[in-house]
Design a protein. Sequence first.
Length: 290
Amino acid sequence: MTHIPTAPDDADDRRAITPVICYPNDTLQQPDLSLYASARTDAVKIDEIRVNPRDAACFTAKAGQFFRISSIEGPQVGDLNIWNAHDLNERFYSGKSRALHGTHLTTGERMWSSFPALRPMATITTDTLGWYGMDAYGGSVHDVIGTRCDPYTGNLLSGSQYHHCCHSNLTRALSDRTGLPLHEAERHVHDVLNVFMCTGFTRDTGQYFMKASPVRPGDYLEFFAEIDLLGALSACPGGDCSTQHSSDSVPCYPLLVEVFAPPPGALQGWVSPALNGYDRSHGRATTKDA
Ligand SMILES: [Zn+2]
């Protein structure tokens, strides 16, 4: 049994200290959502990709285009990976996006990229589940707190060999798109944006929980691509994630990805974000290995 140490006399005082926000984000440059909305008005659909249940598919969106992920046949959650289309080393950084915006993303918030780029890759422009907010359990939708369902954790916990977890689906899709061997493609798969998934942490044990997604056919999450993107979306084997994942036992539905291009000149004044401005010297005076 775990030994719990005796609390000090001032334990309650220490617990009562008011928290401070780690990363106040009021200095973050805000996206011009009204410019994006006006550019979207006359945008035309240029591509459509159907993601089959328990499988994944890749798509591309150029800087200045929009992509939309829709629920089409039944409640279904999706695991989203995005990369710089020209450099797979620049990829979505779930942990830093969480630190900057919070546990779940919605309209006006962004998917940030890994170091050293650390720049907005995509901005959420429409979230039809934006009404959900935070429920009484502390649950909300589109989290950046989970990782992605994967066969290794399943094997660790139950000795299973299951091949259609989001991690494997994304790996196969990226391998098919890029021609990289499976094991190389796998290294580029990263922690996801859990599209439509409803999750939180239990207040008593702090454990990651999921519950039935509030998503219904017709709901969608739409993004503005800030840089040229390669995306991969997996239709999670957990379906709406109301009971379990990592198996073939729950109903699972396809997801739809659509890409829209605004007319030329519609984004007057917008520029694709530059790489992060940190000089990368890391405290070393020499510029020898710069
Ligand atoms: Zn999954």
